[in-house]
Design a protein around this ligand. Sequence first.
Ligand code: PMP
Length: 361
Amino acid sequence: MTSIRPQPGILDIAPYVGGKSSVAGVTNVTKLSSNENPFGPSPAAQEAVKRSVHELHRYPSTDHASLRSAIAEVQSLDPERIICGVGSDEILHLLCQAYAGPGDEVIHTEHGFAIYKIGALAAGATPIEVPERERVTDVDSILAACNERTKLVFIANPNNPTGTMIGLAEIERLAEGLPPQALLVLDGAYAEYVDGYDGGARLVEARSNVFMTRTFSKLYGLGGLRVGWGYGPAEIIDVLNRIRGPFNLSGTALAAAEASVRDTAYVEKCRSENTRLRVWLAEALAEHGVPSDTSMANFVLARFHDEAEAEACNSYLQSQGLIVRQVGSYGLPHALRITVGDESSCRRVAHCIGQFKAGER
Ligand code: PMP
């Protein structure tokens, strides 16, 4: 038995479990469990990856200047306020590491993304879970939970795994009501799916207590290359850059992300296809007696009568080669989160859930 012990809090962390990608004994599976883009990355990104192999012996850029300029140009942002990370996960971790420690509190919502709690515990801080209202972020309960120990408040908008979102006026009210030492982190992993929503970028520019995170893993289809970014006040970007790994992103990842962000036509096609299929899927499920909240992201949270029914439906879908996500660890054991796939996957999953509900399995 070793006397070498981790920092307090680390053993309270339940390791993150990713979406399943295989089922024993079932071949030819369709993965709808990790909110990935079913159409894959832009062809321009794939070309950039091929070109990048000629530079594999070189260390990559440390300041990510070229990717930051591309993001800034396309999204009309200030490149100096952008930081790039190994997925937005890294940015969320860096925020915890830099701004929360023992004795500090980090607020996240009831059905919030797992990394907020993991990041807080890893930094030695105390995660505080606040209730949502019918699976929607509730600004009043967040404000009621704030005190002089609150350092970070994480909300995902749209939220994962619920898909719901709150409006900019509510976010502004939250930012306005926070204690002075607290930073509001707007996790915009799914922001690109919402037409006309900037993820909170303008709010970041208008205030000193708001930070936004974004990712290339979802709409841009680059989950496998791990690229995310953050946009925040210049002083916070400076702090995070002091602790991030100098070569955190590979040249391949940087090149692919830059090509993706510039391929706006491809991104637009993926976005509109997702909206069309998400609406179709939610309606098809409702017709089979499976309700879901209005999702603004690339997944639908299908609600069943109880945990046993959700579990049975999940097993049936798996037997048919369809992998969706159980979200019991997010406090939603009676629900299944289904990624909006391509048209044939959406039709198949709706058809199989219909069979399940009709008892025809
Ligand atoms: N935030 C939310 C709400 C997410 O759902 C995810 C991915 N599941 C992330 C952040 C992290 O994504 P990535 O690290 O791939 O950018």
